[in-house]
Write a protein that binds this ligand. Structure first.
Ligand SMILES: [Fe+2]
Ligand SMILES: [Fe+2]
Length: 273
């Protein structure tokens, strides 16, 4: 059976070039352009590229229109479609208007696509105004319906908030209803959950299903000391290979300065919900 490969990016935190703000001035969209160029140069021919949320950093319609243009160009560069899900720093209405070219609405964004026999299901765990995430009941019912029919190469579920407890991340940064989600996934053809949000690579299993939180493409996050968390210059993407043996996740790291962007008390992080 021919292996299927896809690229997993997360937490791109992009803004349009002329936007003001502490994250916007870091020009994080440039990193995503570098990633597309790097993929092309590496000779990888992915079936698709997935971005698991925090596409923008508190973006407006103009930011999302810029992101769409950038990702369309990137898609052409690597010769593969790009699929996205929303993260807690994304906003539904400007995303629908600027990225999808639809009428602004607060409807959750979720979908299913079949690519080379592998099914990709994107879910909307982002809840307006919340830092953590939840898959609403309507999506859970829809997901159960989709999974009644298996795909020939299995299913990958993409969501922003991770399932696993993350080393060094205080507070509730995972899905609030991960058990309800896993009840739906039990006994189905799902071979992996792809997530982000925590800006560090975290790979494991949750109730026997591969659960990946990829490192951030825009910046990394880690414990600085016993009382502080820091965000620093970093850039990476994961290459996921699905073959007859299972699912393999390889991280590709691009060179950066590693300089610290922000540092804040763990207490503040623990209080975010
Ligand atoms: Fe993020
Ligand atoms: Fe996030």
């Amino acid at each position: 059976m021919k292996p299927i490969q896809f690229v997993h990016l997360t937490d791109t935190h992009m803004n349009a070039p002329d936007t003001e703000g502490p994250f916007a001035k870091l020009q994080l969209a440039e990193k995503v352009k570098h990633v597309f160029g790097h993929i092309q140069q590496s000779g990888l021919r992915p079936s698709f590229l997935l971005i698991t949320g925090d596409l923008s950093h508190e973006g407006d319609t103009a930011d999302y229109a810029y992101i769409r243009k950038l990702l369309d160009e990137g898609s052409e560069t690597i010769g593969a479609p790009v699929y996205v899900v929303l993260g807690n720093h994304d906003h539904r209405s400007p995303f629908r208007e600027g990225y999808l070219g639809e009428t602004a609405s607060e409807e959750p964004y979720y979908y299913t696509h079949m690519i080379d026999g592998l099914r990709l299901i994107g879910l909307n765990s982002q809840v307006p105004g919340a830092h953590n995430g939840t898959i609403d009941d309507r999506q859970l019912a829809w997901l159960a319906e989709q999974l009644r029919t298996p795909a020939s190469r299995g299913t990958i579920v993409a969501v922003h908030h991770p399932l696993l407890t993350i080393n060094g991340m205080p507070g509730d940064h995972s899905l609030t209803n991960r058990d309800a989600l896993m009840d739906v996934l039990a006994g189905t053809d799902v071979i992996g959950m792809m997530a982000g949000h925590v800006h560090s690579n975290n790979v494991g299993t949750f109730r026997g299903i591969l659960s990946v939180a990829a490192a951030g493409t825009a910046f990394g996050g880690e414990l600085a000391d016993a009382e502080h968390f820091r965000m620093f210059d970093a850039c990476s993407y994961n290459v996921v290979t699905v073959d007859q043996d299972g699912v393999a996740v390889s991280t590709v790291t691009l060179p950066t300065s590693n300089a610290e962007f922000f540092r804040f008390p763990l207490k503040a992080l623990a209080e975010q919900h």
